[in-house]
Ligand binder design. Structure first.
Ligand code: NI
Length: 216
């Protein structure tokens, strides 16, 4: 099993090389480490959570033009090459399929297994806190978004299309997505971690706006 995990790490590292959207190998490694932690705390199947965490972004629509059409193709091809049993491979693909975030109001918590809930929590935890802030500004730069524009309203998305095509500001993205994530955590352990990271983001936003408005 350790061998399978190591081989998969190498495969994903190569597949994500050169990504600059915040979904690089280091994101995957953080999600993987958090998934291992949560799986132990929540007494889930660690092997399933580990593989799903490692493969969760390799078919992602955010940096793969055809990902909406390919779905979990890369993940599935890789799992077939490992010759895992069908039930395990299907479970992992189902997790990857169920977990991508598609706009604030469009997302219901659909994860059908504990391992899925854990990997989704691990992925969402990496979107908040200090790393969440850093990733959000990096991604905003990649998309050419302004840091902040006080004249632009916050838009809560009701469909995947409006979320995907939305050209907002990075600061608004905190209200449109990041500050909503703590209430979307599935597991008790993740809820506790999210609460701390949430408070940190609120403090950051307050400081940001104070500086923006020359409020000392
Ligand atoms: Ni991810």
């Amino acid at each position: 099993m350790d061998k399978i995990i190591q081989k998969t790490k190498n495969f994903v590292k190569e597949a994500l090389a050169g990504d600059s959207t915040g979904h690089d190998w280091w994101h995957t490694e953080r999600v993987y480490n958090m998934a291992v932690f949560l799986a132990q705390k929540e007494k889930a199947d660690c092997f399933i959570a580990e593989l799903a965490a490692l493969l969760h972004d390799i078919d992602d629509w955010k940096f793969n033009q055809n990902a909406e059409k390919t779905g979990t193709k890369k993940a599935r091809d890789w799992l077939s090459s490992l010759k895992l049993d069908v039930t395990t491979a299907n479970h992992i693909c189902q997790i990857i399929d169920e977990m991508s975030f598609k706009g604030a109001k469009t997302q219901k918590n659909l994860m059908s297994s504990l391992e899925g809930k854990i990997v989704q929590d691990a992925d969402r935890l990496d979107a908040i806190g200090a790393i969440g802030i850093a990733r959000t500004f990096a991604y905003g730069g990649f998309k050419g978004r302004p840091l902040h524009d006080p004249t632009l309203p916050v838009v809560l998305h009701t469909t995947f299309e409006t979320y995907k095509n939305h050209q907002g500001t990075t600061l608004n993205h905190f209200y449109e997505k990041l500050l909503l994530l703590k209430d979307l955590m599935n597991t008790t352990t993740a809820k506790q971690i999210a609460q701390e990271r949430h408070i940190f983001m609120e403090a950051f936003i307050k400081q940001f706006l104070d500086e923006w408005n020359a409020k000392l």
